[in-house]
Design a protein. Structure first.
Ligand SMILES: *Cc1c(COP(=O)(O)O)cnc(C)c1O
Length: 341
């Protein structure tokens, strides 16, 4: 058996290694009638929504992988990265039954800067192997003479909360929950609102055409000649439009979608490409994407001003009267956009 981990950094602590699975691999694995039990803990991690393009893999996977492994057989669990999902959708943890859920409150409320790890009690022992400990997590520790300590065991979280808790933020969470509810109602209504906006935006951007009929914007997976993404991001910011550009914390998804192989990425590194740097186009191809992120407070006017901005600066009305200072003549101009909803 192998350790399945899709959350990149976590592979470093996977003893046996990690494997990235496609949707098809995943469905195959789930549909197997019997999975060999393993003494090595195995974690299957996936995002409830990818923050590259907003895609939502099936949440039923959490239950299905446990069922495939046989509940209690070996040590098999799921980790749902819900950080992106929870900003625009209700998450019913009890129905989905993941082993662990990671989420960020700032993505829902803006403030406070807190995150949460929701742990299913039956799988909490996986967290007990932690070697290091911080203040507040031990009942007793001897500093000299003998190396001895006893971790707090009355609750799961007490043994994990190192140091002083961000208590102001924790108190502010209460106010954030109330305010969010008052302003936006339920998560279901936010989901309906952002789903509608995403469709509106998608429809407009996918039909925007240059004077000669070529597409002005390409959603993921279509190629063209490229306007540097950081240029668009910077110019947009001067208009108070804030876009996210680069690999948007999804190096795997970005490389796949832009068809860069791992050998290409090594070459790019040698050529000077760094996370957050301005190397927008290498070897004639883009190194990242531009992302439009939608949330509870996004309005149709926001989408319209983005469309207006693109029309004004990146679209040529006629072959001769190019009113844009930013369009290079002759080339098809492409904005690569992905939508989050
Ligand atoms: C934002 C995000 C993260 C990172 O969360 P932080 O609280 O900002 O560290 C992880 N996964 C996904 C899918 C996200 O959207």
């Amino acid at each position: 058996m192998w350790t399945r981990i899709r959350v990149l950094g976590m592979r470093e602590v996977a003893k046996i290694g990690y494997q990235c699975l496609s949707d098809g691999d995943m469905e195959d694995w789930i549909s197997k009638p019997y999975v060999e039990p393993s003494s090595t803990p195995t974690l299957f991690a996936f995002p409830a929504q990818t923050n590259l393009n907003g895609r939502r893999p099936p949440l039923r996977w959490c239950r299905q992988i446990c069922a495939a492994a046989g509940e209690g057989e070996g040590d098999f669990s799921s980790l749902l990265d819900a950080a992106s999902f929870v900003s625009t959708a209700p998450l019913h943890v009890n129905e989905i039954a993941p082993g662990f859920v990671a989420l960020s409150f700032y993505k829902i409320f803006g403030c406070p800067d807190l995150g949460a790890l929701i742990v299913r009690k039956s799988g909490a022992h996986a967290l007990h192997g932690r070697k290091v400990f911080g203040g507040g997590t031990v009942d007793m520790v001897i500093a000299s003479g003998e190396k001895w300590h006893v971790k707090k065991q009355t609750s799961i979280h007490e043994g994990l909360e190192d140091g002083t808790l961000p208590f102001h933020n924790i108190m502010a969470l209460d106010a954030a929950l109330d305010t969010h509810k008052r302003l936006h109602g339920s998560m279901a209504s936010i989901s309906a609102h952002t789903g509608w906006l995403a469709k509106e935006a998608y429809d407009v951007f996918s039909t925007l055409r240059q004077f000669n009929g070529t597409k002005a914007c390409h959603m993921l997976n279509i190629r063209g000649d490229w306007i540097p993404k950081t240029e668009i991001e910077k110019v947009a910011a001067t208009r108070n439009i804030h876009l996210c550009s680069g690999s948007v914390c999804n190096p795997g998804g970005t490389a796949c979608s832009l068809r860069w192989a791992h050998t290409d990425l090594r070459r790019h590194y040698v050529a000077g490409l760094r996370c957050g740097a301005d190397h927008d186009v290498l070897e004639g191809r883009p190194t990242g994407v531009l992302r439009i992120s939608l949330g509870a407070m996004t309005s149709l006017e926001d989408i319209q001003s983005l469309v207006h901005f693109i029309r004004e600066l990146y679209m040529k009305k006629t072959p001769h009267k190019d009113r844009s200072s930013l369009c290079s003549s002759g080339k098809q101009q492409v904005l690569r956009a992905s939508l989050l909803c």
